[in-house]
Ligand binder design. Structure first.
Ligand SMILES: NC(=O)c1ccc[n+]([C@@H]2O[C@H](COP(=O)([O-])OP(=O)(O)OC[C@H]3O[C@@H](n4cnc5c(N)ncnc54)[C@H](OP(=O)(O)O)[C@@H]3O)[C@@H](O)[C@H]2O)c1
Length: 250
């Protein structure tokens, strides 16, 4: 096996699945995590945690570690680290691919209002709505100006600082299956959902439940990204790695 590692910029479920697959195939893999999540599940292979210090830091890391291939498997809304990756690729010429799960697409029965920013999402909520805010804690602040709306904020970890909302309740739980999401939306008498178009199956159940219940969803579109070599799933990235680094396999 070659000693040159594959570097995966991670922090997503598919990044962890990809690491497991590549380790099982005999590659040396380093997964990089930003260090935002408490008690993250550690991916297979080697793991490093924390920022690199911008594009320059990432470039230096790739050169120092003699990285054979860089995979950007970060979240569709994490744009800074992806921009840094492209700068580092341009200067190191390391082979590169981005793993990005496809966005959700509107289906018959969906009542989506598509917006392009948090601010637009805040403005799109009608007065007196009861809204599931399915967003990370760092995105809650803009909604504080809507004192005329009742928010149900769902998070996995409790927030470190009190939420800056006027009328809200905090729900500490993970997204459930369609039946659980339907019960949750009904029990809380929710009239709207605000969420980002993250894609993937883990948090799609609430979208399906909203469709079944006829609830409007204020859907925050993905940010625009520079065109780059992108594959949609772990399997196709695994194939790309074999094609690119075939000779490194055990
Ligand atoms: N944004 C989301 O909604 C979301 C959701 C689920 C998971 N995540 C994961 O959480 C991480 C942070 O997301 P974000 O939106 O804060 O990203 P971001 O805005 O693109 O990144 C901000 C800074 O965090 C550091 N960073 C981000 N991802 C990193 C990684 N995988 N390894 C090492 N450093 C990393 C980098 O610091 P330096 O410039 O110092 O290198 C980067 O410049 C990402 O890895 C992402 O995959 C994000």
């Amino acid at each position: 096996m070659s000693d040159q590692p594959i570097l995966i910029l991670g922090g997503t479920a598919e990044a962890a699945r990809l690491a497991a697959r590549l380790v099982a195939q005999g590659y040396r893999v380093i997964s990089s995590l930003a260090g935002r999540t408490r008690n993250p599940q550690s991916p297979d292979g080697e793991v490093r945690v924390g920022g690199f210090g911008g594009a320059r830091g990432l470039t230096g890391y790739i050169a120092r570690e003699n990285v054979a291939l860089l995979i950007d498997a970060t979240h569709p809304f994490a744009t800074q680290i992806s921009d840094n990756a492209l700068v580092a690729v341009a200067s190191t010429q390391v082979p590169f691919v981005r793993l990005e799960r496809p966005a959700w697409h509107k289906r018959p029965g969906d009542r989506w209002t598509s917006v392009t920013s948090m601010e637009e999402a805040v403005s799109a909520i009608p007065a007196r709505a009861r809204v599931l805010l399915a967003l990370g804690r760092q995105h809650i602040a803009p909604f504080s100006r809507r004192g005329d709306v009742h928010f149900v904020v769902r998070m996995i970890d409790p927030p470190e600082t009190p939420l800056d909302l006027i009328d809200f309740e905090l729900e500490l739980s993970k997204p459930g299956n369609v039946e659980e999401e339907t019960d949750f939306l009904t029990m809380k008498r929710l009239t709207h959902i605000v969420c980002r178009n993250s894609g993937g199956s883990a948090s799609y159940a609430k979208i399906k439940a909203a469709r079944d219940l006829g609830l409007p969803v204020i859907m925050i579109d993905r940010p625009h990204r520079p065109l780059t070599h992108t594959l949609p799933d772990v399997e196709s990235v695994g194939q790309f790695v074999s094609d690119t680094l075939g000779s490194f396999r055990t």
